[in-house]
Design a protein around this ligand. Sequence first.
Ligand code: 5RP
Length: 228
Amino acid sequence: MNVDDCKRAAAHYAASLVESGMVVGLGTGSTAAFMIERLGERVAEGLDILAIPTSEESAALARAAGIKITTFAEHSVVDITIDGADEVERKTLHLIKGLGAALLREKIVAQASRRFVVIVDATKPVNQLGERVPVPVEVVPFGYEATAARLEAMGAKIIRPRRKLTGELLTTDNGNRILDCTFGPIEDVQALAARLDGIVGVVEHGLFPNMATDVLVATEREVEQWAP
Ligand code: 5RP
């Protein structure tokens, strides 16, 4: 199995957890896209759900797949959210998310969910968060250079303000910028999350401590189900 087959296997397993009548949070990214596609097939077979997408991209995929969309104005609680991740810490199941730039809506939807199922292939688990990927930090555009300086003063190495493939600065679905911040392996995820939360100009960051209720890790042989 290649990485895409593993992502698909985890996504299909997660989609099988969804039942008629549920409000479902739809994650963002390539693994989540396999899950949306599978849910679309199940909807065509009669599954009756409403979905809250975590990005404009996932909303478009959901519409194309025939999945009905709702909003927090109609439903304040989400039964299950299924989303990918960039790193999963093996012992704690803390996550880094946001390499797809959807971290703010992803965190709002995850926080409102009874169950938050994370789907990954076997390249995503790490011993310590920050080993392989930076922490994406969403900041307001006004004064983002000053916010970047505050982040650097607290120990972040900012690789770059995120840019699109065209070279233009990336704007998130919420009209903000992303600063990818490298801290190296993170000793205390909750303490770093609290420090990031305290910086004016930071809207949200990609550290998701203690949020996943299930992590589905697809290896070459099987889909493992991890719980905190
Ligand atoms: C988007 C995310 C994604 O879930 C994360 O980047 C994983 O993406 P992929 O499934 O493509 O590896 O957090 O903001």
